[in-house]
Design a binder for this molecule. Structure first.
Ligand code: PAF
Length: 280
């Protein structure tokens, strides 16, 4: 398994595959876990060669401390990837490879899908994500790129980015991978104490309760219920939203034939966690 830190050498290595074979791509910020590995496994199944990028992208962090504290575990990530069978190329560039001039984001107009939730609470986040994903897709030029549904809003943003920029790539969303406890796998979980890890399962349990009660309760009642669950816990709720799955607009009441999804962002201490679940 080779690690590339230059776009040129990665592209040279990929040129031999590109002609006859399919290239899959899994962009990550490292600190890999079983959720990432499930993306890589799916990519390996559907392609003959898979590029995994490991790059902590500075432009998508609105908080300097969060960027500094983001776990960086390259050696461990490589060992995990080595446990998989198949052709994997790791792309782990320095910041200057992807941002040679200025570390700055392109300003995108993603519309309503970017205005709520992560777009509202993390200023500039989706411009940063759009910027880096575009740069990575241009560097790798894969047939298909794979993203987890834990970042459901990000997945919709990336689909929109690809449409806006007319990029020749298929975007595949992959189901959330959870611990036995229900906690969604995330690189940030490594910063949780054992106690916080247990407490953080409230996120999954609340989403599950909302899903069960979705048919019989109004959205206002569900909003109230979630606020109460978090009020009585050690987690700090940043937002709970029931949103239309397509537009990602906050839903105030249910409409026939619409699909809804519930979204939560909450802090366990200083660790920010997000999760979501389809409701109907
Ligand atoms: O989901 C992530 O890990 C990141 O947002 C991504 C897509 C790799 C871009 O930096």
């Amino acid at each position: 398994m080779k690690i590339y830190d230059q776009i040129d050498s990665l592209q040279l290595a990929l040129s031999s595959y590109r002609k006859q074979k399919k290239i899959g791509f899994v962009p990550t910020m490292g600190a890999l876990h079983m959720g990432h590995l499930s993306l890589v496994r799916r990519a390996l199944k559907e392609n003959s060669c898979v590029v995994v990028s490991i790059f902590v992208n500075p432009t998508q962090f609105d908080n300097k401390t969060d960027l500094e504290k983001y776990p960086r575990t390259l050696a461990q990530d490589v060992s995990l990837l080595r446990t998989l069978k198949g052709t994997i190329l790791i792309f782990s560039p320095e910041v200057s490879q992807l941002y040679p001039n200025k570390i700055t984001s392109t300003q995108y107009h993603f519309g309503s899908i970017a205005s709520q939730m992560e777009g509202k609470y993390r200023k500039g986040h989706f411009n940063g994500v759009g910027t880096i994903v575009r740069l990575l897709l241009k560097a790798v030029q894969p047939h298909t790129a794979y993203f987890g549904e834990k970042d459901f809003q990000q997945l919709q943003i990336i689909k929109k980015l690809v449409a806006l920029e007319k990029l020749p790539v298929k975007i595949s969303g992959c189901a959330i991978v959870r611990e036995k406890s229900g906690l969604a796998l995330s690189s940030r979980n490594s910063r949780l104490s054992q106690k916080q890890r247990e407490e953080a399962t409230l996120i999954f349990h609340t989403l599950t309760e909302v899903r069960k009660k979705f048919k019989t309760h109004s959205i206002a009642q569900l909003n109230q219920l979630v606020a109460e669950r978090f009020l009585n816990s050690s987690l700090k709720l940043e937002y709970f939203e029931i949103a239309n799955e397509i537009t990602l607009r906050t839903a105030e009441r249910k409409r026939k034939n619409n699909k809804y999804r519930a979204f939560i962002a909450a802090f366990a201490g200083s660790v920010r966690l997000i999760d979501n679940m389809p409701l109907n």
